[in-house]
Ligand binder design. Structure first.
Ligand code: HEM
Length: 75
């Protein structure tokens, strides 16, 4: 969910850039978000089921970078 739009299947993403920098000590928000999209089961947010599909092989570098740029605005 972002800005009240979306659902509760996954964690609220309103402040994802900040959250992403706190999930794994020493890992940057960018690296954590990329890992979450390409290899979602590498870290599963407590309280949620491991159901997020991997987008590896199904997303271009441009698309991935667009998501990163957008998420960077969600501090
Ligand atoms: C382009 C599409 C998607 C993006 C960019 C995305 C991104 C992310 C990110 C960054 C996280 C980590 C959130 C955090 O640490 O607070 C996450 C977690 C999660 N996502 Fe997604 N997601 C996408 C699609 C989906 C889909 C299609 C599903 C389910 C059908 C899903 C289900 C979940 C769930 C359940 C979690 C929490 C458990 C976990 O960490 O794996 N996501 N997602």
């Amino acid at each position: 969910m972002i800005g009240g739009v979306g659902g509760t299947t996954g964690p609220d993403q309103e402040h994802i850039w900040t959250t992403a920098g706190q999930r794994k000590p020493g890992m940057s928000p960018e690296d954590y978000i990329k890992e979450s999209i390409l290899d979602p089961q590498a870290y599963v947010v407590p309280g949620y089921p491991p159901i997020m599909p991997s987008f590896r092989g199904n997303i271009t570098d441009d698309e991935l970078n667009s998501i990163i740029q957008y998420f960077q605005t969600l501090k």
